[in-house]
Design a binder for this molecule. Sequence first.
Ligand SMILES: [Ca+2]
Length: 358
Amino acid sequence: MKTRFSKHLRFLCLLSLTVWANGPRASAQTPPVLGIQLYAGLSITGAVGAVYSVEYVTDLALTNSWRCLEFLQLPASPYLWADKSASATGKRFYRAGAFAVPTNLVFIPPGTFRLGSPTNEVDRFTDEGPQTAVTISRGGGWMGKYEVTHGEYLAVTTNNPSSFTGDTNRPVESVSWFDATNYCAMLTQRERAARRIATNSVYRLPTEAEWEYACRGWTSDRRFSSGDDPGYTNLTNYAWNSGPPTHPVGQKLANPWGLYDMYGNVAEWCQDWYGTYPGAIAVDPQGTATGPGRVFRGGAWNTGAGGCRSAARVAGPPTSVSGFCSTQVSPEREGSGGATRGVCLRKGRGASMRTCID
Ligand SMILES: [Ca+2]
């Protein structure tokens, strides 16, 4: 077998301990195999298509210090995985364990797409450009399959600010950006304590680019992940956007990656400040350093069909729990000579999230 030698030649890497030390997510039952590699990485044997968590530690005596490097969807078995983040000095020991996917999360593979809409897209607004070729480089990530529900929010915060009560499977709404990020932080604490996520994994809001990437599901330059839908006749299969109340999550069709309610029901806060796209190419863009508001996406129960498009953007003050259209962040409709967009939210903001490896 050909062995690739590199600057990482000095590393002695342990191979495939195959199960998590902290247990709950471990599903691989293959007995641990110990081996030595002459490169920074390891060979992973397992089920093709399954997701594995690849971890490292710098000292094997520190058994509680394993850090998650990457979620890997195994493309072949055995698969030779290399650690691109390793430095030329020091040492790392690696292990990979099958990841028992939480039922409310969807794996989002890394990839490239075009953020924003082409200038000829019908009902486009000028803030949807310049289109930017964005690479989501992180080694896999997870996004909530559904909007966060009343029940989930209540379980973490002991509070439910929603207006449309009566069913705890409805998405939580009337939360500010600060409420949403605080929920993520509290959820992270809870899940770490229960050892359901790695000690360096966090729940957080997606960046705006991550949200649109996940929404499109490999469909750049289309108005919706299901196609352009010129008359918006197909949108009703995917979105609640024709008036109150909100609806329990997951009742419409999912997008190509299995995410529900990406259009309508409640709009979803993103991590970013609202700003102009960089254009050209970008890797893992985080948005502008500051802006007139925080971005929320996808439209809501009271949003016109055009405002539900994959590229449509809205922003509001991070303290706001009852939405309004700020003229500061209302862009011009393409070719309209200055009309502001007709997307106003009175309620209906929610929080979606995904775990990531920082
Ligand atoms: Ca939504």
